[in-house]
Design a protein around this ligand. Sequence first.
Ligand SMILES: [Zn+2]
Ligand SMILES: [Zn+2]
Length: 125
Amino acid sequence: MPVAAKRPCRHSGCRMLVSGRDGFCDLHRAESHRQQKQTVTIDYKERNRFYQRKAWKELRARRLSIEPLCRKCASRGVVVEGSVVDHVEPFDSINDPRALDLGNTQTLCESCHNSKTRYDRPRGG
Ligand SMILES: [Zn+2]
Ligand SMILES: [Zn+2]
């Protein structure tokens, strides 16, 4: 049996041979972690500003008019009037096209929205 084979670093263009499980050399491992962090967190203030935008308010009103009931409750056969317009896929920045994509929004009631944000992290098992 050969010892764990070395492969080129996953960072495109980098030819450093690595044997680590994540497939990055030391330099690019740090870099890839930094980038991930930047893309998942949107500044709180920026987000707030986004929700003040006219474009968002119009989109929100449109979503509520075509889907007035909570989607999660409806999937369980329960009819609950929705009050929160939620992004199915979270957006990275206010310039992210997903932020103003009507197809990426869904109507939820307050309690479903709260439980979504509370449990919005990977669960084991
Ligand atoms: Zn590398
Ligand atoms: Zn609900």
